[in-house]
Design a protein around this ligand. Structure first.
Ligand code: F6P
Length: 326
């Protein structure tokens, strides 16, 4: 017997397309258990201020195709303070909440673990476009962000070919090179720069020059924002060494465009399955766990094993990217 009568759900950190599908699934699956559901507005910031509203089957209707999060999200560095976290617990207890579902990435799950360690039951849902969260092979929002990056890359390649130019394209991902590596592979990049395998600018120049000498009409370098030489730094390095590559060079930073827009079918389904998985975990008396995907199956991993753990990239895929660049 899990003893739950009411849960709350929040979305936290950077929004990710597919979060709404998770909110919807948490709400409807919880209602099916006979529980009440409160939606916390603006993540941990709203939680500390006690901003919660009842969610019904109707309030989460027609939201799955919408990007972002209907609950709102926020960065809340104040949540690192224990005093602030106790205020969150107080608000949850005052609202007679028995368990909390936290939909978010690394920072959000750090807060989730802290609350659970303070005695308040929490289940996390793996959601970030960065795919840097251990405990899940893929997180909500990654597929949409990747597809948006690819669409931009495809477009840039057409104009690059017309002018015989090289492009540096920077994608998001914090200190994780997953998005850059996958966008580079699927976008046919000449070179991929990621924080996990730093590449000096001389090597970037060498590869772009090789593409030029092979008679390519364009060349593409996909750069992770967390790489030591991000697009801005590379761009200024190339300003001083423009003769090295043959091509005329342009730089595009995709930025928050990658986080907006309509979630793909994959992210809607992932959000739906993760949301349902969170309620199932609570039904089974689990707490202090992250719901994620392992070997294609919905699974739970202790938050203590997830928080602070660096997820590695697949070295074989990185190697493949360098073989395919000829
Ligand atoms: O974590 C998601 C992410 O989009 C990162 O890729 C990026 O570095 C960061 O959030 C940007 O944060 P903000 O939206 O607060 O500027």
């Amino acid at each position: 017997m899990n003893g739950i009568k009411r849960i709350a759900v929040l979305t936290s950190g950077g929004d990710a397309p597919g979060m709404n599908a998770a909110v919807r699934a948490v709400t409807r699956c919880a209602l099916a258990q006979g529980w009440d559901v409160l939606g916390v507005l603006r993540g941990y910031a709203g939680l500390v201020e006690g901003h919660m509203e009842p969610l019904s089957g109707r309030t989460v209707s027609n939201i799955m195709q919408r990007g972002g999060t209907i609950l709102g999200s926020a960065r809340c560095p104040e949540f690192e303070s224990e005093e602030v976290r106790w205020e969150a617990v107080r608000q949850l207890r005052q609202n007679r909440v028995d368990a909390l579902v936290v939909i978010g990435g690394n920072g959000s799950q750090t807060g989730a673990l802290a609350l659970d360690n303070m005695g308040f039951p929490v289940v996390g849902v793996a959601s970030t476009i960065d795919n840097d969260l251990a405990g899940s092979e893929v997180t909500i929002g990654v597929d949409t962000a990747l597809n948006i990056a690819l669409e931009a890359i495809d477009r840039l390649k057409t104009t690059a070919s017309s002018h015989q130019r090289a492009f540096l394209v920077e994608v998001m991902g914090r200190k994780c090179g997953y998005l850059a590596l996958m966008a580079g592979l699927a976008g046919g990049a000449e070179i991929v720069l990621i924080p996990e395998r730093e590449t000096p600018p001389e090597e970037v120049a060498r590869q772009l020059r090789a593409a030029y000498e092979h008679g390519k009409r364009h060349a593409l370098a996909v750069v992770a924002e967390g790489a030591q030489y991000n697009a801005a730094k590379l761009d200024s390095w190339f300003q001083a060494h423009s003769e090295r590559i043959g091509f005329d060079l342009r730089t595009t930073t995709l930025g928050h465009v990658q986080r907006g827009g309509t979630p793909t079918a994959f992210d809607r389904l992932l959000g739906t399955r993760f949301g349902a998985g969170a309620v199932e975990a609570l039904t089974n008396g689990k707490r202090g766990v992250l719901v994620g995907l392992k070997e294609g199956k919905i699974s739970t991993t202790s938050l203590a094993e997830v928080v602070g753990v660096r997820k590695s990239i697949d070295p074989e895929l990185f190697q493949l990217a360098s073989v395919l660049d000829q």
